[in-house]
Design a protein. Structure first.
Length: 246
């Protein structure tokens, strides 16, 4: 009698434990929804980032030149005077050509001893006295005339020639617009490939950009031999754009 009651109690207890475990398993399964294809708003999967470069071209309307006046010889005082005289003559020429004085920078005289080395011996040859004169030409059509007059004034060479657009801001605006247009096109292609569409722009970062300038160095020669063409200047802007998808 007692044995039966004990068995009945053990069976009931085991059944209770099994039912509790089954209920726990059922509740656990109901509490874990499938999230593999669920993307909360703002998740990185709901955005696309692209980079693009835009460009614009313009005709240079400004020239920057560096003329170098050089004299070699033994008498330092005489050489300096010759450089000063040539500089003065050239400044007068620029004034005649209506180049504003504020567009001209005349540097201090530089003196360099000249030597020759032969059989291990140092031989003094004299001095080189030089001065650089920087000129900004706002009227680029005067370029060849300035070169001719510099030649007549016994200036030996132009150390630097640079053509540029005086006000590049409008060109940069066009280049930025071109870059953004290309960024939109890239983003739309990527979104379409994944059956999505573009909702809006979240972030735009512009990267460093610089104009492509025309530079050079030349020995002076008459413009009658060759007229100078400034060509075109190209400006570029690169952007990184993050788009939100929908």
């Amino acid at each position: 009698m007692n044995t039966l009651k004990i068995k009945d109690f053990a069976w009931l207890k085991a059944s209770s434990i099994l039912l509790s475990f089954a209920a726990l398993v059922a509740l656990t399964g109901c509490g874990q929804p499938h999230t593999a294809n669920h993307h909360p708003a703002g998740n990185v999967s709901d955005s696309v980032q692209v980079q693009a470069t835009g460009s614009a071209q313009g005709i240079p309307d400004q020239a920057l030149l560096r003329f170098v006046i050089v004299e070699d010889g033994d008498e330092l005082g005489v050489l300096k005077q010759e450089v000063d005289d040539t500089t003065s003559t050239f400044l007068d020429v620029l004034a005649e050509l209506n180049v504003p004085r504020e567009n001209i920078s005349s540097w201090q005289v530089a003196v360099t001893p000249r030597y020759n080395y032969r059989d291990g011996q140092q031989e003094f040859l004299g001095y080189r006295v030089s001065r650089s004169v920087d000129v900004q030409l706002d009227d680029i059509s005067a370029f060849d005339v300035v070169i001719d007059r510099a030649l007549a004034a016994d200036i030996g060479r132009v150390e630097q020639i640079r053509f540029q657009v005086a006000d590049p801001a409008p060109l940069y605006a066009l280049a930025r617009a071109d870059a953004m247009e290309q960024a939109w096109q890239k983003a739309e292609e990527l979104a379409s490939a994944s059956n999505r569409s573009i909702a809006r722009v979240q972030e735009v970062v512009e990267h460093g950009s610089a104009p492509a300038v025309t530079e050079g160095m030349m020995a002076l020669r008459s413009s009658a031999d060759s007229a100078t063409e400034a060509g075109q200047q190209s400006l570029s802007v690169s952007v990184s754009v993050k788009f939100i998808l929908e």
